[in-house]
Write a protein that binds this ligand. Structure first.
Ligand SMILES: [Zn+2]
Length: 103
């Protein structure tokens, strides 16, 4: 499935400086007790499976390129599998895609 460039789907004015700032913010949150606690639970937000904490990555529910921010409400723990499957899809687009039977 192909997604349109985010400028078409989301007419947001996002610059690379904005994205860089949010990435820095995410890096800081990754060191926080909040994130360590979240990751220690070992549960992937998407597939709800249990993983060793070291295998969970920080994922933006709404990707930065789509105007998402590095806030606690927009950050979830995801396993590497789910993270790579998701790419730049928004969560609801991704769920629709997942719900489709294999062709
Ligand atoms: Zn997962």
């Amino acid at each position: 499935m192909e997604y349109p460039p985010f400028s078409d789907a989301f007419p947001l004015d996002i610059t690379s400086a904005d994205i860089q700032r949010e990435k820095n913010r995410a890096r800081e949150l990754r060191r926080s007790a909040w994130w360590k606690r979240k990751r220690a639970s070992g549960v992937c937000y998407y597939c709800q499976q249990q993983f060793p904490p070291a295998e969970l990555t920080m994922d933006h529910l709404i990707p930065l390129v789509r105007g998402g921010k590095s806030t606690k409400g927009n950050l979830v723990a995801a396993c590497k599998d789910c993270n790579s499957k998701k790419k730049y899809a928004l969560p609801w687009e991704w769920e629709v895609e997942q719900a489709q039977p294999p062709s």
